[in-house]
Design a protein around this ligand. Sequence first.
Ligand SMILES: Cc1cc2nc3c(=O)[nH]c(=O)nc-3n(C[C@H](O)[C@H](O)[C@H](O)COP(=O)(O)OP(=O)(O)OC[C@H]3O[C@@H](n4cnc5c(N)ncnc54)[C@H](O)[C@@H]3O)c2cc1C
Length: 490
Amino acid sequence: MDSSSRCSVIIIGAGVSGISAAKVLAENGVDDLLILEASDRIGGRIRKEDFAGLSVELGAGWIVGVGGKESNPVWELACKSGLRTCFSDYSNARFNIYDQNGKIFPSGLAAASYSKAVDSALQELRNQEAKLCGHFTASEPPSSPKTPIDLAIDFILHDFEMAEVEPISTYKDFGEREFLVADERGYEFLLYKMAESFLFTSEGKIVDSRLKLNKVVRDLQHSRNGVTVKTEDGCVYEANYVILSVSIGVLQSDLISFCPPLPKWKMEAIMTLDVIVYTKIFLKFPSKFWACGPGTEFFIYAHERRGYYTFWQHMENAYPGSNILVVTLTNGESKRVEAQSDEKTMEEAMGVLRDMFGPDVPNATQILVPRWWSNRFQRGSYSNYPILGAKQTFADIKAPVGPIFFTGEHTSEEYSGYVHGGYLTGIDTSKALLEEMRGEGERKEESKKFLLEPLLTGLTESLTLTQKETVSRLRKWDNSRPLVVQEPIK
Ligand SMILES: Cc1cc2nc3c(=O)[nH]c(=O)nc-3n(C[C@H](O)[C@H](O)[C@H](O)COP(=O)(O)OP(=O)(O)OC[C@H]3O[C@@H](n4cnc5c(N)ncnc54)[C@H](O)[C@@H]3O)c2cc1C
């Protein structure tokens, strides 16, 4: 499809939500669709890269939520595609906490610190609930962590294990097990499998002109007649509808302008959401110097600076003999490291490893530092809703504005932040759009009828139809805010 020709739906972004949305449309007979993707590949935040002869996942690495009462749809796709995965057992991580002199903290101390952190998180939750209910009486402030071990555990609890404080839907619905994707085709192979069911492929590559890569959307002009989409390279595309699947970080940035601008309630909701930056740094070594065997995969470094190279993983379970370590940073530390050279990051990481394992640790031979925050097509790793009182924000973020439908992990009420969240929202958004398109079709039929009816039945009756038509259009296109009744807090 060329620039200038008009299609039914343009999908902006070819991450998991964009691809699952397009698949549902194609399966329902909407073949004249177009996918515009800013980068040179599909996958978005699912992205593999070759590192030291292996395929490592820079973005999503785990299928989270397996083994529960319902089956995680992404796990099903992985099983069907024969994706190689590896169970991750985090349960010992909190007992592998190293101090700055390389000693492992006694398990009793770690357990006490952990329960203090859980108590404090629960207290914070109670305070938030009280505030939401309008009880402004002074409540007990949660104690803040101060020692290196308390800081490390607080980091793990809040940045990795929120489920311990407030059970999250992913674990409740799909189970608490997590599997690391360790397959040279990458996690993104699941997206290719989905895409090949409705796009033309040849020799493992998508060759369908309905997928356009390197198309950076910069401008969306929308009205009740449809949407005009302009890309950075000067192309113009037109469609009846758009599904916008870019991340919340991109929506918060000025990459895409809207004409007319998005309504105030929409922008306020978009700007309310937190964006988490999550960075996995990969380090290759000439030999192993860390503990291997059961219960050692994850280990923690306790430092007086919260989140300073805290969470480590060795890749021996996933790739035996690979001699690769991964350290995860988040938010402020991620942004700091993104802004400095990889040599500096390597130096800092080596300092931490020598604190834990002694001065003889050999230098890493390679380092890989993803930059999700600086990437203008991502601007972060995933969305973070507040635990309480987010219903209206969620409804506003998800709500369509005229012919623009919003999708992506950030529009998932239950599974935001996850691959399965993105996958399921793509499906839901397309279903909602198909319903809208059917309604629009019926309205058109009705209006055709209305043009004929005066001839048959006279003027009075047709005037009633005109009013009905106007009201129904107003309801669809008035950009009004979806109102949500807040559920009482249990
Ligand atoms: C480091 C990291 C670790 C993660 N770990 C996990 C994990 O272990 N398990 C898990 O389930 N989830 C994890 N996630 C989250 C998961 O990757 C995302 O929730 C999911 O992939 C989001 O899919 P999406 O389709 O909503 O968005 P995206 O994948 O971001 O897709 C949006 C697409 O839009 C494109 N785009 C942006 N701007 C434009 C534009 N102007 N014009 C055209 N195209 C544009 C982007 O290039 C992108 O391809 C992780 C994410 C990161 C970054």
